[in-house]
Ligand binder design. Structure first.
Ligand SMILES: Cc1cc2nc3c(=O)[nH]c(=O)nc-3n(C[C@H](O)[C@H](O)[C@H](O)COP(=O)(O)O)c2cc1C
Length: 393
């Protein structure tokens, strides 16, 4: 089952009523949203006085990351943090060059750098250069960045304060609620003087419809492919016990359903959920995307350049934190780019890269991350996180 087929899930409520909710609500986490060990990292994220540089890692692990795989490992000393990609935590054919996992590490770096400034460090970041390759047969941690820490002055920021409130929000958005022009301006300025990362923003309905069309088509193409499903299905955590045990992946609380529907969905037996999801209509995802008044793309010069992936991730995290700070919600919707990867991995002509190139209208930029933003119907909820101890080398 994929997050996308799952997400348009209002129909499952009917199925539950018809099927009889015989499962015990309390065992299934119906009354424990955001509770238990899987959600602890969101509560103690500032750490305590004895934490030193470890406090920066506590902030880093709350970052966005693909399918909540949490592909990060950190080596921490008093004056340096090293960030590694944990290459075994991947979604297989959906991300065959680990492009998205590198973007996720960029997201973690952004939180880490914000926490460093807030914590009174003068932090200097060194990104390791490289070209992305296929998933290694023998996975081992890969160093991607070093952060050198010296004493500095503490600087608070609205972005740092937004870290524990930022959640991917997959509910429908309210189309009538426009995004303030000041926010759009601020978003457009986020890339600052980056030479290799640029943000493209689309508000006109005709533009958004083009992107939605490309995303919905890619969504169907990808998720009807059994090889893709083999990579992603293991990251969907249907049962509450598995959420608390693995503390990663996508859980029912993160699918953007209305609270009561999410509660009822949790009580469904897994086989009934699979069946209900398989019956969802295919237009659901396009309608969901179109409900948001803004669609954006983060583009780079070279999609398979390691450093540029990390930089793109920093920009997404910054954009999502800014939206959170200003009372807006956001969600990545990256199928259109994932299909570029899939075509490349299969050695097919780069048709999808051309579709995205036409949308941005500038052949010198390659979209690598697509998202939408707006005012949500329901608040986004925290996703599970492994404890900091599990990600330290
Ligand atoms: C590179 C990247 C790609 C992502 N793609 C999607 C996507 O296509 N659809 C989606 O719903 N969420 C997507 N996400 C969001 C993640 O699933 C989400 O960040 C993760 O589950 C952790 O949840 P949180 O952001 O609420 O902390 C993506 C995130 C990253 C960093």
């Amino acid at each position: 089952m994929t997050r996308r087929s799952f997400l348009t899930g209002a129909g499952v409520v009917t199925v539950l009523v018809a099927g009889g909710g015989v499962w015990r609500a309390s065992d299934r986490g119906v009354f424990s949203v955001g509770e238990g060990p899987a959600y602890e990292p969101w509560k103690n994220w500032r750490g305590d006085a004895g934490d030193g540089a470890l406090a920066l890692v506590r902030a880093a692990i709350l970052a966005a990351n693909p399918h909540n795989t949490q592909p990060w490992l950190f080596r921490v000393s008093k004056s340096r943090i090293e960030l590694y990609l944990d290459t075994k935590r991947n979604v297989g054919a959906l991300d065959p060059f680990l492009r998205e996992e590198h973007i996720g590490l960029g997201c973690a770096l952004e939180n880490l750098m914000l926490a460093a400034r807030a914590g009174g460090y003068d932090a200097s970041l060194n990104l390791l250069a490289g070209k992305l390759a296929t998933i290694p047969a023998e996975p081992k941690p890969k160093l991607v960045a070093r952060i050198d820490l010296a004493p500095g002055k503490p600087h608070d920021s609205e972005l740092y304060d937004a870290i524990p409130r930022r959640h991917t929000n997959r509910s429908a958005y309210i189309p009538q609620k426009p995004i303030p022009p000041q926010f759009i301006d601020a978003l457009g300025r986020l890339t600052g003087d980056e030479a290799d990362v640029k943000m493209f923003l689309f508000q006109a309905e005709a533009d958004r419809k083009r992107i939605v069309q490309a995303s919905a088509t890619a969504n169907v193409a990808l998720y009807s492919d059994p090889e893709i499903r083999r990579g992603t299905d293991p990251w969907v955590r249907i049962g509450w016990n598995s959420v608390q045990k693995f503390r990663d992946g996508l859980a029912i609380d993160n699918f953007g359903e209305a609270p009561i529907a999410a509660g009822l969905t949790k009580m469904l037996p897994a086989w009934l959920l699979q069946w209900a999801a398989s019956r969802q209509e295919k237009t659901g995802y396009a309608d969901l995307m179109l409900s948001a008044p803004l669609i954006g793309m983060v583009a780079v010069r070279d999609r398979y350049d390691q450093e540029q992936c990390l930089r793109a991730g920093r920009i997404w995290q910054r954009a999502h934190l800014l939206a959170t700070a200003r009372g807006l919600a956001g969600r990545p919707c990256n199928e259109a780019v994932e299909l570029v990867d899939r075509e490349k991995a299969l050695g097919k002509p780069a048709k999808q890269a051309g579709v995205l190139g036409d949308i941005v209208g500038d052949a010198t930029w390659q979209p690598t991350f697509v998202f939408y933003m707006g005012t949500p119907t329901w608040p986004g909820l925290a996703s599970a996180r492994r404890p900091v101890e599990a990600v330290i080398l």
